[in-house]
Structures are given as C-alpha cells and as structure tokens.
Design a protein around this ligand. Structure first.
Ligand code: SF4
Ligand code: MG
Length: 334
C-alpha cells in the first residue's frame, strides 16, 4: 500500500498578541489508500488544526505560519495556490464536521445542498445531477430518498443530518475523507450507526478516512492505524492492535486507562493535570508535567522517536537506552 497522504514535520504557528502560539509541533504521520487512520488526543492537542491544514484552510491565512510538508498524492498542499486548494477540496478530499447543524444551510433543501457538491467539479445535466443526489441520499441510508430530497435540514434528526453531511462529502467521490469528531454530538446508538456507515462507504469505495476523535472507543471500532497526538506532537503511532495491546507511551497508557471497559467493570482513572501552555511550550517532553515516569532528561530534552516495529513509533525517553543508563547511574528520576 502506498501513502495517499503524508504529513512531514508539520508546524503551525498563530500570531497572537505579544508573541506566537505553536499549535502543531512537528507532527508526522501518513494515511494509506483505503484505510482509516485515527488521530486521537484530548481537545486542544492540535488535531483539528492539523486537519484544517491538510485541506489548506490554514494556508494563505493572516497571522498563520506553516512549516513542513503535507503531501497529498505526492503534491505538497502547503505549496498550493488558492485555486489548486479549492480544486482539491471537495473533489479529492471530503470533510465531515463535528456539528451537522451548523454546517448545513437551513434555508436550502438538502437535495440542493448535495447537488452543489455534485456540480462543483463535474459537468452533468440537471437530470443527472438530481439522480446522483438522490442516489447519495439512499447510499447514506436515509429512507424515502425522493421525498427527503425536497426537505430542509430542520426536518431531519441529528443523526440523519450527519448522514446528509456525509452525502455532501461523498458528492465529489473523494479519495480521502477527513472526519473531525463526526459522532461527538450524537447519542451512542446513532454514533454506532454513523461509524458503520463510514465503514461501509470505505469498503465500497475504498475511500481513505482520517478520523479525528478524542474517543478511543470510536478508534477501536473504526480504525486500522492510530496516531496519538499530545500538545501538538504525535507521541505514538501504530496499528490498532499495537496501540491497544502493547502501548508504549505513558500518555497512551493514560488514555487507555480512561476508557471504560464495561466487561471488566474497571474504574476510570482520568489523566491528572492539563496539557502545557503552547504559548511557551516546554523544552523537553510535552508530557513531562503529567508523567509519572518523568526523568531529568525529559525536562531538558525532546524525546527521540523510537521505532518498535515498522509502523509502531514512540516519542519517549523510556525507550531510549541513553536515558535508562542515566537513571541507572545517577538515579535522576524526578
Ligand atoms: Fe514521560 Fe519522559 Fe516519556 Fe515524556 S519522555 S512521556 S516525561 S518518560
Ligand atoms: Mg477539535
């Protein structure tokens, strides 16, 4: 499998009064054709900013500076002109937002809103456009597609509205769908249905999905690979099995401990403390303030990236021989 999307050393800075905030600090990950990569982390970890950067929404923006590269099918999104970005957005990359209510136009029928997506990048007759829109409504599992075509967003439930958003994202037959917390606003049963739908679409069309979520339950259900993000950095990547069965980063351990496992009736232990201030990011490991295993070296130096296996990489001093030698010899554990 070759990578459809490759994010390399991405840095995103925002100018704010009196300085700049670095929301993304050297993120690197890739999404293969037809797979789901889950980008996981707490809110404020830089997940959404990363997603917005991939669709070019951060480029050409005042007060925003981006470094690194984002290769989509080998072409660097960060070097694209506005027109190229417009072409790629909605024709090759579809976007599904968190809140279906605010991303739909309340004054337009859903049929017309889906049609806008259909006509954006392809020349079809009016009749064909309508037919395609109705097929999409059917594809996302909304019953009575012909009647629903004429209805307005307020006539749909939250879950059905999210299906409409997915239909719009699919209208241009994208190779990659970026879904930013697509089920967060929905109740559990509807969440499961929407995740099923995304999985079906992926199987049918071999669409790749970058699934952004803070919910590890969602990850286990939907993704093949995982990238764990913390304070603007990817601290661990691996397959779902590697992340769930043999996680190596203390932050990932913390995230997994805060997932309810009903069958074992375990108590939840949320990770104590809060992420660092990215106005003045820590010199060393971003997790140092909250990590039970922190050593002196973690305060002073950024942890190196250690490869556990081909896909499994971890950014932590615990896996580096040099740090362990230090603790052994000088007892520098703090
Ligand atoms: Fe903890 Fe150090 Fe690893 Fe950071 S590098 S997660 S502080 S052990
Ligand atoms: Mg977000």
């Amino acid at each position: 499998m070759s990578a459809l999307l490759e994010v390399n050393n991405l840095e995103v800075f925002f100018s704010v009064y009196g300085g700049s905030v670095q929301a993304v600090r050297g993120a690197a990950f890739h999404v293969n054709k037809g797979e789901t990569l889950a980008l996981v982390g707490e809110s404020g970890s830089g997940k959404s900013v990363t997603a917005q950067s991939i669709i070019g929404a951060m480029s050409h923006k005042r007060g925003t500076k981006l470094n690194g590269s984002i290769l989509f099918k080998g072409k660097d999104v960060l070097k694209m002109k506005k027109r190229q970005l417009y072409e790629i957005r909605g024709s090759e990359i579809g976007f599904v937002f968190q809140d279906p209510m605010t991303s739909l136009n309340p004054t337009m029928t859903i049929g017309k809103q889906i049609e806008e997506g259909v006509t954006l990048h392809q020349q079809l007759s009016k009749k064909e456009v309508k037919k395609t829109a109705i097929e999409l409504i059917r594809l996302v599992g909304i019953p009575d597609a012909e009647q629903r075509y004429h209805q307005y967003p307020h006539e749909f439930s939250g879950g059905m509205r999210q299906r409409v958003i997915i239909a719009i994202a699919l209208a241009c037959k994208p190779e990659l769908i970026i879904a930013d917390e697509p089920t967060t606003a929905l109740d559990v049963t509807i969440q499961a249905q929407i995740l099923d739908l995304l999985r079906d679409i992926q199987t049918k069309n071999s669409t790749a999905i970058l699934l952004i979520t803070h919910d590890l339950g969602v990850v286990a259900e939907s993704a093949q690979r995982v990238a764990v993000m913390y304070a603007g950095m990817i601290v661990e990547t691996g397959t779902v099995e590697e992340i769930f069965d043999s996680p190596k980063h203390p932050y990932t351990w913390g995230l997994l401990n805060s997932v309810p496992r009903l069958e074992r009736n375990e108590r939840l232990t949320p990770i104590e403390g809060s992420p660092p201030d990215l106005f003045e990011p820590p010199r060393g490991c971003p997790f140092v303030e909250r990590c039970k295993y922190a050593m002196e070296v973690c305060v002073q130096h950024l942890p190196p990236s250690t490869a556990i296996s081909g896909d499994h990489r971890v950014l932590c001093w615990l896996l580096d021989e040099r740090a362990n030698r230090d603790i052994g010899e000088r007892g520098e554990q703090i």
